[in-house]
Design a protein around this ligand. Structure first.
Ligand SMILES: Nc1ncnc2c1ncn2[C@@H]1O[C@H](COP(=O)(O)OP(=O)(O)OP(=O)(O)O)[C@@H](O)[C@H]1O
Ligand SMILES: [Mg+2]
Length: 287
């Protein structure tokens, strides 16, 4: 499996680009797509899923131009859109049957397949209740299940962990690992902790552009010897933030512990082991 995004732009209006001359090669495995709100994550994922078309550039899947021939992608893609809506009056079982029909997935094993998906996503008990009565996280899991109906080779999840509680996140991660053996899996988020335990590779984007792309160690290395922690007076936090790139701060007693990124050592500050969150902040703030 190989997905090649070549100089893709998406122009929404004369001055508004969702994506700008964007190029990236994606192999099988799990890719985490990180970027702040408005970075262009959904714009990119919708074009890969062939829900929308680039204004410029091409997307190639295994030598097939999927902008010209979207059906090649559609046969093997599973997509969870960010704004996934469900039919409140159908139950999960009926909804998945309906989605299977829309995708042309059928056969005598369909009931077994749906049951397995419901079980894998911990929805079996609720399968015959209307989706309208589900919690947000349960609806999200129905969305994940429909993306898996056709045993996709390209799986695209736009903000999949939104609304999932910690236990369901772990189930989701295990499920994705099982699926990623022979498939391209792309997950987007603006929260580092949503993807750092799942993704093999990470791409960081902002304002429609790719800022960094690589395996987690490589990205984390970009902030090696730059992450510090120090304790300051609570009142000084605002001023400290003006001068330094603060990752986070923690109030303890009358003092504040701050984690920050700096090119230079600072008296009283201790060097820390860098994390993906440090790298993400550094990459998005310095560009
Ligand atoms: N249909 C549209 N018409 C006009 N502008 C759009 C449209 N969709 C997206 N945009 C703009 O394109 C840019 C990228 O949006 P996009 O939704 O792809 O970002 P995102 O990274 O998915 O953000 P979020 O984290 O909020 O989901 C934003 O500036 C957005 O306002
Ligand atoms: Mg989005």
């Amino acid at each position: 499996m190989k997905l090649d995004i070549q100089n893709v732009s998406k122009k929404y209006s004369a001055t508004k680009y969702g994506l700008k001359d964007f190029s990236m090669q994606i192999d099988k495995g799990i890719l985490g797509l990180l970027g702040p709100n408005g970075a262009g994550k959904s714009t990119l994922l919708r074009m890969i899923a062939t829900v929308s078309k680039p204004t410029n550039g091409t997307i190639i899947l295994n030598k097939n131009n999927i902008v010209k021939d979207p059906n090649y992608m559609r046969k093997q893609v599973g997509f969870l859109p960010q704004d996934f809506g469900v039919y409140p009056n159908l139950n999960a079982f009926e909804f998945l049957k309906y989605m299977a029909a829309m995708k042309g997935v059928g056969g005598k094993n369909l009931t077994t397949k749906i049951t397995q998906l419901l079980e894998g996503l911990n929805l079996l008990d609720a399968a015959h209740k209307p989706i309208g009565s589900y919690s947000g996280g349960m609806k999200q899991r129905v969305g994940i299940a429909q993306a898996l109906l056709n045993d996709p080779k390209v799986l695209i999840f736009d903000e999949p962990t939104v609304g999932l509680d910690p236990e369901e996140r772990i189930r989701f991660r295990d499920l994705i690992h099982q699926l990623a053996n022979d498939a391209i899996v792309i997950l987007s988020s603006h929260i580092v902790s949503d993807i750092d335990t799942i993704a093999d590779k990470v791409a960081i984007m902002k304002k429609g552009e790719l800022l960094a792309y690589g395996n987690q160690e490589t990205l984390i290395n970009s902030v090696k010897d730059k992450v510090y922690e120090t304790t300051i007076d609570r009142d000084l936090l605002h001023e400290f933030k003006q001068k330094h790139m603060v990752v986070h701060s923690l109030i303890k007693g009358g003092k504040t512990i701050v984690r920050f990124i700096s090119e230079h050592a600072m008296e009283g500050a201790s060097l820390q082991n860098p994390t993906l969150e440090d790298a993400y902040l550094f990459t998005t703030k310095t560009s």
